[in-house]
Design a protein around this ligand. Sequence first.
Ligand code: FES
Length: 177
Amino acid sequence: MKNHPIIDQDQMKRGEFLRSLGMSSAALMAFYCLGTTLTSCSKSSDPTPTTPPTPTPTPSTGTGLTGNADASQGTVNFTLDLKDANYSKLKTVGQYVIVGSLIVAKTKAGSLAALSKTCTHQGTQVEYRMAQDDIYCNNHGSTFSTTGVVLVTPAAKPLTQYKTALSTDGNTLTVTT
Ligand code: FES
């Protein structure tokens, strides 16, 4: 019985020693982790990237077109490069192109007309006819003027007309709502 306090004291000392070791280990681990973190931070803030940059996605609009030509995607506002092979035909009277949700035509009179390409009857894509100088739907024969007015039914509503502006050098066409 007389030794118990001594044993207890020894056990307590061992416990304190172990706890002391534990603390030291924890402290060492903390320093280790801190060191690792700092090392990682140092690497992540390195101004010289080790991986190549992500390539820029190829524009879905194609060459020669800048801006939005799809009325379902917001306000129509775009430019066409008439030097680009996709749109150069708009320099020729009687030609037309489909751009997004629009039809753009170089009319018989030499002006540029931009209208919604979707027939207001049942949604077929329209075309420009130089001989008649009109916009025609070959599904049921609806016909519109180059400003979108219905000339021949069954379509009852006009095509949406957009504004066109040609640059002074004739190479850039701007189309807006
Ligand atoms: S869909 Fe154009 S006339 Fe019917």
